[in-house]
Write a protein that binds this ligand. Structure first.
Ligand SMILES: Cc1cc2nc3c(=O)[nH]c(=O)nc-3n(C[C@H](O)[C@H](O)[C@H](O)COP(=O)(O)OP(=O)(O)OC[C@H]3O[C@@H](n4cnc5c(N)ncnc54)[C@H](O)[C@@H]3O)c2cc1C
Length: 494
């Protein structure tokens, strides 16, 4: 049995918990510990200044859609949150962490949620003689990185999900943007050639210069020389060329580290008093670098540390690209549909490239989705995401599912009942339960729910799902209306 499917027994209380890293995953863990009634203190230490914030929304700061203040995460009740405090060492024998400003914090359970940092490629000319990045070159991981983006001409290196979203955001802010990528098309680790071509065409239609099949050969003052001799001028060069888990604390403390900090199915490192979650952790069952994986890990760990059953949730891999007007999503591990389809089950493909629509689904022999790539099919993407999350079988009529229509043009309704803990808005971590509560408290429209819960205010790709939920909730209330007093009786009550 895989570690992450194990049912755990209520165990020893976690005692005082120190979390190093107040990114979205550390923050979520603190919130979930509070939610599950953790007994003992929770201290959340983070090296970044200012408020804790939602990192996936940084591109909305780049395109001017949101102010940095809009990204702030709410304080966690019951947790001691400390910002601008860098943890510099772990004394595992005394169970203490030390910080750069001389503090020392004792723990019963230490959780490393130190995340990841941009990987800067070894391109000649990028660094000064002292090893510092030259001015105008940055990764993109923090609000400070966003502030480094200046000028009109921006070159983005790397067309993975972050590079593509960054290029689009910068273009939306009116800049002149070039996207340089060595692969045959953007997101080539995630998409086949058909989907990749649709994406590239969409980027070009937005006015982005897409330079695929090319790499950076050399950086000169304000210029990037490509390996085919091409020249791109830049005011800012943004490296979206991957990330490295931040493992320096774990390594120095003698914990087992490969690419990330190695953990078992309960996020335990090689020291039973130290756990790791999020982008810094490594486990073969989790796809690294995705927020959904980190949140699932935080949920699982909070349940484990508070003696609840883990729920046996299998990790989900979901990529929804934040590119307005495109509706591109990948469910399941990238490339899995090709392997899965070849092995067993069905592969269903729908291709309508001139209208910007494409889908390929790998369906297992039990009728459940193994993986999918969808472009330009927002209704199907919303429905399939929920079916995938809930591990429910697909309806028999897969074409109707993909088109969101029956043969006679009616909307299909294949949404499964919502699990209370299902996160419908991944950007703001809003669950079905929160939305249902807000609905019952009077937020009866998409707009009202957005105001009260922040749902849809991130990438906005969940809007269709939320509309569907509103319809479900309104329908669910109809039987109640039948038992309401007659109209004149209500009128007389006023
Ligand atoms: C612009 C952008 C868009 C993204 N969009 C998506 C998306 O749409 N979907 C998705 O799934 N993922 C997305 N990601 C990835 C996602 O943000 C990460 O998976 C997520 O942030 C991981 O959270 P984390 O808390 O593990 O790590 P991080 O967010 O990296 O946070 C780690 C924190 O630990 C702190 N820290 C590190 N070392 C120390 C120390 N020694 N002492 C104190 N503090 C320390 C850091 O300051 C940091 O605040 C995006 C990332 C970026 C940058």
């Amino acid at each position: 049995m895989n570690g992450y499917t194990q049912r755990i027994q209520p165990g020893r209380p976690a005692g005082d918990v120190v979390i190093v890293g107040g990114g979205p995953v550390g923050h979520r863990l603190a919130e979930r510990l509070h939610h599950h009634g953790h007994q003992g203190t929770v201290t959340l230490l983070d090296a970044e200044p200012g408020h804790a914030y939602h990192r996936v929304l940084l591109t909305s700061v780049l395109d001017g859609g949101l102010d940095p203040a809009d990204l702030e995460l709410p304080p966690v009740p019951g947790a001691r949150g400390r910002r601008d405090v860098r943890v510099t060492g772990v004394d595992r024998r005394r169970q203490r962490v030390g910080t750069a400003n001389g503090e020392s914090h004792r723990y019963d359970t230490l959780v490393l949620a130190t995340g990841a940092e941009p990987r800067i490629p070894a391109v000649p000319g990028m660094h000064t003689a002292s090893g510092r990045l030259i001015d105008g070159i940055t990764g993109l991981r923090s609000l400070a990185d966003c502030a480094r983006v200046r000028g009109e001409r921006v070159v983005v290196l790397g067309a993975g999900p972050l590079g593509v979203e960054t290029a689009v955001a910068l273009r939306r802010s009116g800049r002149d943007v070039s996207l340089v990528h060595p692969g045959p098309h953007p997101l080539n680790r995630w998409l086949d050639a058909t989907a990749g071509d649709l994406l590239a065409r969409h980027l070009v239609s937005l006015g982005i210069r897409v330079e695929t099949g090319r790499s950076a050969a050399r950086v000169e003052a304000g210029e990037l020389v490509l390996d085919d001799g091409g020249l791109l001028t830049w005011d800012t060069l943004v490296c979206c060329t991957g990330t490295e888990p931040r493992t320096e604390l774990a390594r120095a403390a003698g914990l087992r580290v490969r690419t990330g900090v190695l953990v078992d199915g309960e996020m335990r490192t090689s020291d039973p008093h130290v756990r790791a979650v999020g982008d810094c952790a490594e486990h073969p069952g989790w796809f690294p670098g995705l927020l959904a994986s980190g949140w699932d890990q935080a949920d699982l760990l909070a349940r484990t540390l508070t003696g609840h059953r883990s729920g046996g949730r299998r990790p989900r891999t979901v990529l929804r690209l934040r590119v307005p007007g495109l509706h591109l999503g990948v469910l399941g591990r990238p490339g899995l549909h090709r392997e899965a389809g070849a092995a067993e089950g069905d592969v269903v493909t729908f291709s309508d490239p001139s209208r910007g629509r494409y889908a390929t689904l790998a369906v297992d022999p039990a009728g459940r989705l193994s993986s999918a790539v969808l472009v330009g099919l927002p209704q199907a993407l919303a429905t399939l995401t929920q079916l995938h999350d809930a591990r429910r079988p697909l309806p028999d009529d897969r074409l109707a599912l993909l088109l969101g229509e029956t043969a006679v043009g009616r909307r299909t309704s294949v949404l499964p009942p919502q699990d209370a803990d299902t996160v419908l808005c991944r950007c703001n971590n809003v669950t079905a339960l929160t939305l249902t509560g807000a609905w019952q408290n009077g937020s009866r429209s998409l707009r009202a729910l957005a105001d009260t819960t922040r749902v849809t205010t991130g990438c906005g790709t969940c809007a269709d799902q939320i509309r569907e939920l509103c319809a479900q909730l309104a329908t669910a209330e109809k039987p109640v209306a039948r038992h309401e007093p007659p109209v004149d009786a209500r009128a007389s009550g006023r």
